[in-house]
Design a binder for this molecule. Sequence first.
Ligand code: NAD
Length: 241
Amino acid sequence: MSRTVIVTGGASGIGLEMCRAFAALGDDVHLCDVHEPNEALDGVTPHVLDVRDENRVGALFDGVVAGSGRLDVVCNNAGIGSTTSVLDCTVEEWDAVMAVNARGVFLGTKHALRHMLPRKDGVIINTASAAALVGVTDRASYSASKGAVIAFSRQVASQYAGTGVRCNWLNPGTVDSPWVGRLLDGHPDPEELRSQLVARQPMGRLGEPAEIAAAAVYLASDAARFITGTDIVLDGGLTAR
Ligand code: NAD
């Protein structure tokens, strides 16, 4: 049966692969992002949405449910990075990162629950990061924002565990998305930086966006029906080392 799926940050990288993966299963996918995707995908409806804006998030979720009558899966995946230490991080940068990465996940979860709880069914999958599990140099606000995603998701899962709604989160390591491309582009020696990123990977390579999307598909599936309040770490062994 076709499910109704919302993916935020769906125009690029991991979110785009999530959209592709759910659409390949025949789901009715709603891609939300601050900008339109570069390509049209079968089974995927694009929406321009800023996840920081509660009124727009609420209205978009209402519109999707009005159109399809249900909301089965929400992947709160939109995120922005930061590459500063605590000493270099300004209040403006801290607030900006928190607004997308933490508030955006809060709002996507809140408005998903409004529609899922009455039906006693639904799955929420939030994208956190391995950067919230281990200390990563020059990621002060980013690591904090992803730590917030984890604590928040655990709280939500716990409170609503008896309702039929599940909430889990993904902790990707370094994934070869446009995000990493921008990190490399901004570096004086991109090849050297890429070599450094790969060198610290126990598997000797970065992750692929589709590998993260596959975990979202699993968590959303009936095969994961006993799983709530936990994560999947997708880091090629980085945090294990
Ligand atoms: P990406 O930059 O390719 O994609 C992120 C998407 O989020 C972009 O399309 C962007 O436009 C969108 N976005 C940003 N702000 C938004 C907003 N306010 N409202 C709606 N959409 C917004 O990056 P990615 O690597 O695919 O990252 C996806 C998620 O995975 C992020 O939450 C990121 O923190 C997380 N993550 C990525 C990595 C990695 O190495 N790539 C590692 C761990 C976690």
